[in-house]
Design a binder for this molecule. Structure first.
Ligand code: ATP
Ligand code: MG
Length: 748
C-alpha cells in the first residue's frame, strides 16, 4: 500500500507511542441508506490502516436520527462491508447504545455550566447566530441557573415539551470566528420511534455531540472523516475536553470521493429509489456497493480503485472511466470467454455437410493463465453479428463482405459467396463457403485472414435477456445547473436479447463471462434455471475515450483544454506518467498531474535535485502548489524546486505540521521569502528546548493531578490525553516525542 499523509501521521504516532502505540479507527455510517463507492474509500482507509498497523477498526452505526434510520440499512451496511473484504470482529457498535451515557454527560455539562436549555425557535436561533463576518448575540436564555437548566432538561426528557420548543445547547462562544462554536444545539426533542431504542427516548443527541463522544468511549485513536468536518474539529475537541473524557481521540480529515456522471449523496440516491427512477438500491446503475456488486464489479476491483485514487486533502473528482478501467483489468483475469451475438444475421455454409461437429474450445486465451474448455457445436446454419457484415465495405473493414474471408472464432475460415435478400431488398442471410483446411482457424497455406468474429450455432443457440448499462447521468456533475433528476440518461438501461452459445444454459447467478468482443457480463439474480439473464458490467473498451483518442497521441506536456487532459488520463495512465511513477516512486495520481502540468514536474524535479524528501515534495507540488497556482492564475510557482525541498524537509522533520506547511507555502506565494525565513518571521519553529518543555509539562501535571494519579494507578490511556494537553499548552509547537518522553519519565 502506498503511503499518504494519514498513514504517515499514524506511523509517527505509533513510533512516538502516542496512545501506547495502539491504532483504533472506526467506520461510522448512518443507517439511513445503502453504502456507496464514496463510503468504500472510507472503508478501505479505516479498515486498511487498522490492518497495516496491527490495530482494530470498529463498525459503528451512527444512529441518532430515529426518523430516517432502518434495520434494513443496518443489515445492508454489514453485508457490504463484509463483501468488500473487511471484518470488524467483535467491534460492532451503535451510537444509540450510548444514549444513557450521553444523557449523563449532558447533565454533567449543565452542572459545570457548559450547557443550557434554550427556548429560541429555529428562526431566532439562526438570527442570533450571526454570520461569518459578524459575531452572534447571546441567547436570552444563556444565563439560566444550573438548577433551572437541570430541571428543564429533565422535563424535556420526560416529554413535557413540544417538539421544537427548546433544545439543549453547549455554552461556548457566540462570537467565535468558527460558527460551529456558537453555542451549537446538542440535544433536541423528537417524538419518534427509534428502530433500536423504541419509545424509550423523546430527546436525541445531535450528531456533533454523539459522534465525538462515541469516539473516545470506544477508545478510538484516529477519527478519520471527510473534509466537510474540518470546521467541526474545534467543536470535536471542545466536547471531548468539556466532557472530561479520560481518552482523547483525534480527528483528521481527508477529501471525499466524487465521481463524474454520478450522484453520491444518500439523500439523492434515496430520491432515485423512492421516485422509482431506478429499480432499487441495488439497481446495477447505482453507485452503491450493492448496485456495483449486482452489476458485476468485484470487491478486489473496488479495493484496487480505492488504492489507485489514494488519500489526500485536496478535493478531486475522479473520472468514472478510471473506475471502469480498473474493473476491466480485474475482470480480464477472471472471466471465461464465450461467444454471443447481439444482432443475429444468419450465415448458411453451403458446402458444409448436413451434420454437427463439436469444437473443443478453451475458455481462456493463451496470455491468460487459466484452464477449462467447453465444446462448441458447429453446423451449416450459424448466426453472426449483423455489424460484422457489410455489403460494400471500405478497405479497412476486416470482417465479412462479398468475396471476402473471415475467421470464425475456434472454427473455420469462411468466405461470403452471395447475399440473400427479401422482396423489400433487406438482407435475410449470407451464403458462404468454408475451407475444411482451416479447422481451428489455421491457414495451412499461410494466407492472411485478418479478421476473427464470433458466432453461434442456430440449432442450439440460447436466446437470452441482456441488460446493457450506461452511465446514469448525461452530465459530468449532475445537479450543478439543474435538478439532478432532469439530467438522467434515458439510455442508462437498454434491455436486449442476444443469441449465446449453448454452454451458458447452466450458468448460475453470479457467474462472470467475457462475451468476446462485446464486454464483461454477469448472471443476474433475476435468472431462472436454464434461462440466464445477463448484466453487462462494462464494455471491453471505453467507447467514450475513442472519441478523444487523438488527444492521447498529443504529448501530455503540450497545453490543452482541461477536459481533454482528463479524458486522456482517466482511461489509462499515459506512458509518460507510468515512467514518472516508476522513476520517482510517486502515486499514479501525482504522476498524472505531473505528466499534464509541466511546471509542476519541473518544480518537483528541481526539489529532488536539491535533496527534497520526495514523498512530501510530490504531494505538496501536486496538491497545494498546483492549487495555489490555479487559484492565483499563475503560470507556475514563483519559487524554485530548492525552496520546495526546503519546505518539505521542514514538514518531514516535524518542524512544521502539515497545516503550518500550507500556511508557509501561502506566504511563499505572497513573495515573503524562503521557507526558513518565513518560519522565523512567524515564530513557527518547534519547541525542542528541554527546559521550556519541562516547564510546560510541569504546569500540565500540576493542573491535572487526578489524571496523573490515574496513570500511576495503571490507566495507560491517560498518557495520550496528557501529551495532548501539553501540546496544547505549547500552542502545538512542542516536539511531541520530547513531550511524551518527558511525561513518561515524570510519571514513572
Ligand atoms: P452522504 O453525504 O453520501 O449521505 P454521509 O457522509 O452522510 O454520506 P455517513 O453514513 O455519515 O454518510 O458516512 C459514513 C462515513 O463515510 C463518514 O465518515 C463519511 O465521511 C464517509 N464518506 C461518506 N461519503 C464519502 C465519500 N464520498 N468519500 C469518502 N468518504 C465518504
Ligand atoms: Mg453523515
Amino acid at each position: 500500500m502506498a503511503s499518504d499523509f494519514i498513514r504517515d501521521m499514524i506511523a509517527t504516532d505509533v513510533e512516538t507511542r502516542k496512545h501506547d502505540g495502539k491504532v483504533c479507527t472506526r467506520f461510522p455510517p448512518e443507517p439511513n441508506g445503502y453504502l456507496h463507492i464514496g463510503h468504500a474509500k472510507s472503508i478501505c482507509l479505516n479498515f486498511g490502516v487498522a490492518k497495516e498497523f496491527g490495530g482494530k477498526c470498529h463498525l459503528r452505526m451512527d444512529d441518532t436520527n430515529p426518523a430516517t434510520e432502518d434495520p434494513e440499512y443496518v443489515a445492508a451496511i454489514q453485508r457490504d462491508v463484509k463483501w468488500l473484504g473487511f471484518d470488524w470482529g467483535e467491534n460492532l457498535f451503535y451510537a444509540s447504545g450510548y444514549y444513557d451515557q450521553l444523557y449523563a454527560i449532558a447533565e454533567r455539562l449543565i452542572r459545570s455550566e457548559r450547557a443550557y436549555v434554550c427556548d429560541l425557535n429555529e428562526e431566532q436561533m439562526s438570527e442570533y447566530r450571526g454570520t461569518l463576518s459578524e459575531p452572534g448575540k447571546n441567547s436570552p436564555f444563556r444565563e439560566r441557573s444550573v438548577e433551572q437548566n437541570l430541571d428543564l432538561f429533565r422535563r424535556m426528557r420526560a416529554g413535557e415539551f413540544k417538539e421544537g420548543s427548546c433544545v439543549l445547547r453547549a455554552k461556548i462562544d457566540m462570537a467565535s470566528p468558527n460558527m460551529k462554536l456558537r453555542d451549537p444545539a446538542i440535544y433536541r426533542i423528537k417524538y419518534a420511534h427509534h428502530y433500536r431504542t423504541g419509545d424509550a427516548w423523546c430527546i436525541y443527541p445531535l450528531y456533533d455531540f454523539a459522534h465525538c463522544l462515541s469516539d473516545p468511549m470506544e477508545g478510538i485513536t484516529h477519527s478519520l472523516c471527510t473534509m466537510e468536518f474540518e470546521s467541526a474539529r474545534e467543536l470535536y475537541d471542545w466536547v471531548i475536553a468539556a466532557a472530561e473524557m479520560p481518552w482523547v481521540s483525534r480527528q483528521t480529515e481527508f477529501a471525499r470521493l466524487n465521481l463524474t456522471y454520478t450522484v453520491m449523496s444518500k439523500r439523492k440516491l434515496l430520491e432515485l429509489v423512492e421516485g422509482k427512477f431506478v429499480k432499487g438500491w441495488d439497481d446495477p446503475r447505482m453507485p452503491t456497493i450493492a448496485g456495483l456488486r449486482r452489476r458485476g464489479y468485484t470487491a478486489e476491483a473496488i479495493r484496487a480503485f480505492c488504492g489507485r485514487i489514494g488519500v489526500a486533502k485536496n478535493l478531486s473528482t475522479v473520472d468514472l472511466a478510471l473506475l471502469e478501467f480498473v474493473v476491466r483489468e480485474d475482470l480480464n483475469a477472471r472471466s471465461r470467454r464465450v461467444l454471443a451475438v447481439h444482432k443475429p444475421l444468419k450465415v448458411i455454409v453451403d458446402n458444409y455437410p448436413n451434420q454437427t461437429e463439436e469444437f473443443h474450445a478453451p475458455y481462456w486465451p493463451e496470455d491468460v493463465p487459466n484452464e477449462g474448455s467447453r465444446s462448441l457445436p458447429f453446423s451449416r446454419e450459424l448466426y453472426i453479428d449483423a455489424d460484422d457484415f457489410m455489403e460494400t465495405p471500405p478497405n479497412d473493414f476486416y470482417r465479412l463482405g462479398p468475396g471476402r474471408e473471415v475467421r470464425l472464432r475456434h472454427a473455420y475460415v469462411i468466405k461470403c459467396e452471395r447475399v440473400a435478400k427479401n422482396a423489400q431488398g433487406e438482407i435475410v442471410a449470407i451464403h458462404c463457403s468454408y475451407d475444411p483446411q482451416t479447422r481451428g482457424g489455421v491457414t495451412p497455406d499461410g494466407r492472411k485472414v485478418p479478421g476473427t468474429i464470433q458466432w453461434v450455432n442456430v440449432a442450439d443457440a440460447l436466446d437470452v435477456e441482456v441488460r446493457l448499462y450506461d452511465r446514469l447521468f448525461v452530465t459530468e456533475r449532475p445537479g450543478e445547473a439543474r435538478d439532478f433528476k432532469e439530467e438522467m440518461n434515458p439510455k442508462s438501461l437498454m434491455t436486449v436479447r442476444m443469441k449465446v452459445e449453448p454452454s451458458l444454459k447452466n450458468a448460475t447467478i453470479g457467474d462472470r463471462f467475457q462475451f468476446e468482443r462485446l464486454g464483461f457480463f454477469i448472471v443476474d439474480a433475476d435468472s431462472q434455471p436454464g434461462s440466464p439473464v445477463f448484466n453487462r458490467t462494462v464494455s471491453l473498451k471505453d467507447s467514450w475515450a475513442k472519441q478523444t483518442s487523438k488527444s492521447v497521441q498529443v504529448s501530455p506536456r503540450a497545453s490543452k483544454p482541461k477536459t481533454e487532459v482528463k479524458a486522456t488520463v482517466a482511461v489509462e495512465l499515459p506512458v509518460e506518467a507510468q515512467e514518472l511513477m516508476a522513476r520517482h516512486g510517486i502515486s499514479s495520481e501525482e504522476a498524472r498531474t505531473m505528466a499534464a502540468e509541466t511546471h509542476i514536474l519541473v518544480l518537483f524535479e528541481g526539489a529532488l535535485a536539491s535533496g527534497g524528501a520526495s514523498k512530501i515534495a510530490a504531494a505538496l507540488a501536486c496538491n497545494d502548489v498546483l492549487g495555489e497556482v490555479r487559484a492565483r492564475k499563475l503560470e507556475g510557482a514563483p519559487f524554485s524546486g530548492k525552496a520546495l525541498a526546503e519546505l518539505s524537509q521542514l514538514i518531514g522533520d516535524g518542524t512544521l505540521s502539515s497545516k503550518q506547511g500550507k500556511d508557509v507555502l501561502g506566504k511563499m506565494f505572497d513573495g515573503e521569502g524562503g521557507p526558513k525565513e518565513i518560519v522565523k518571521k512567524l515564530g513557527l519553529q518547534q519547541i525542542t528546548d528541554a527546559s521550556t518543555i519541562e516547564a510546560m509539562v510541569d504546569r500540565v501535571l500540576a493542573a491535572n493531578a487526578d489524571a496523573a494519579a490515574r496513570f500511576r494507578a495503571g490507566n495507560a490511556n491517560v498518557l495520550g490525553a496528557l501529551v495532548g494537553l501539553a501540546m496544547k499548552e505549547s500552542g502545538g509547537k512542542a516536539n511531541p516525542k520530547l513531550v511524551s518522553d518527558l511525561l513518561k519519565k515524570k510519571l514513572a
